[in-house]
Design a binder for this molecule. Structure first.
Ligand SMILES: Cc1cc2nc3c(=O)[nH]c(=O)nc-3n(C[C@H](O)[C@H](O)[C@H](O)COP(=O)(O)O)c2cc1C
Length: 328
């Protein structure tokens, strides 16, 4: 098993550079806490829109909340304007994160159409302006998350990485796909290796790290300083312990489900917490084993006790052959 080596990011030592990827709608305070408990080494917020900070969006405080035990923790922000990104970073800096990450990788049309996220990959001089403005005016490490380019004909990841490094950013996470690829095809880990070779700041490998075996492979193939897992953590939050979901005992699965569910209810309130939790059910139950009526029953529960009972039953069904005694 290949180990991750600690490295320094500003004044923070990253002892375990195994990142939970920022995921809008998923990596909120409750889910981050679960991943931390299961071994995630660095946490990043969902991306935060500079406009939402400027307008003090009603849900902003909930979105930016993080707790002291989440360190090392970074906020990720996105916008097309260097000035608004600076205001956003200065606002968030007051909450004492360990770093501020800029999103140059989001492929969603509503983000790229305004020239933000991966839209900025088509405008490297603006990337330079953003990084240099933030580095000069914010006393925290500034980091970047990029894709490989806009499309296969415009793979400018080496140019962009050099710019990001030379303007003073201290780390780059690379989702090894283009904007046009979205989430299709395979992440190009060779490109990550090329970036890590070309620059001196730490590179964090991201894209298609789904299993404990993938972790060894990506470290071997890229020589990256760290790794970042997104969807793999949604389907198996135990990936941070380098374990397969099938190897997690039902009691442990149920305990973590309960903790996560309780955190969602107390963070968002009972009604909204339960509704928002539905998208996390896949972390605990393989819903493919459920019949259609079972799935409908599970995803339409409106009572927390009802949901808990069903999850208990399905985790058991998932793990044991019929006829064995339930461990609960
Ligand atoms: C539901 C979802 C939301 C995402 N939101 C963000 C985001 O807010 N910021 C960001 O940089 N990337 C975001 N991403 C991209 C992930 O951080 C990651 O780069 C991508 O999923 C590839 O990694 P993976 O194969 O480990 O999932 C999101 C991905 C998903 C699936």
């Amino acid at each position: 098993m290949k180990d991750l080596k600690p490295f320094q990011l500003g004044s923070t030592q990253l002892d375990n550079p195994f990142f939970l990827a920022p995921m809008d709608g998923f990596t909120d305070y409750p889910f981050r806490t679960i991943c931390k408990r299961l071994g995630a080494g660095v946490l990043v917020s969902e991306f935060i829109n500079g406009l939402d900070i400027e307008n003090q969006h009603p849900f902003l405080q909930q979105k930016i909340y993080f707790s002291e035990d989440e360190h090392p923790f970074g906020y990720q922000i996105f916008d097309d304007s260097p000035e608004r990104l600076l205001l956003a970073a200065q606002y968030l800096r007051e909450f004492n994160p360990d770093f501020i990450d800029i999103n140059f990788g989001c492929s969603a049309r509503n983000v790229t159409n305004r020239g933000a996220g991966a839209g900025l990959l088509r405008n490297p001089s603006k990337i330079a302006a953003i990084i240099s403005t933030l580095v000069k005016n914010v006393d925290l490490p500034i980091t970047a998350k990029i894709r490989l380019g806009w499309d296969n004909h415009n793979l400018n990841y080496l140019e962009v990485s050099h710019i990001i490094e030379s303007e003073g950013a201290q780390m780059i996470a690379v989702h090894a796909r283009t904007k046009v690829q979205g989430y299709s095809g395979k992440a190009d880990w060779d490109a990550i290796a090329r970036i890590q070779e070309a620059i001196s700041i730490p590179v964090i490998a991201n894209g298609d790290i789904r299993t404990p075996d993938d972790i060894d492979k990506v470290l071997q193939e890229t020589g990256s300083s760290g790794i970042m897992v997104g969807r793999g953590a949604l389907s198996n939050p135990w990936i941070f312990q380098r374990k397969y979901l099938e190897d997690i005992q039902p009691i442990e699965r149920y305990k973590v489900f309960q903790l996560h569910f309780e955190k969602m209810l107390s963070f968002y309130g009972k009604r909204i917490g339960l509704i928002l939790f539905r998208k996390h059910l896949h972390s605990y139950i393989n819903s493919e084993i459920l019949t259609r009526p079972q799935r409908i029953e599970l995803f339409t529960q409106t009572e927390s006790s009802g949901l808990e009972n069903l999850v208990k039953q399905y985790i058991y069904q998932n793990h044991f052959s019929p006829g064995l005694n339930s461990p609960f």
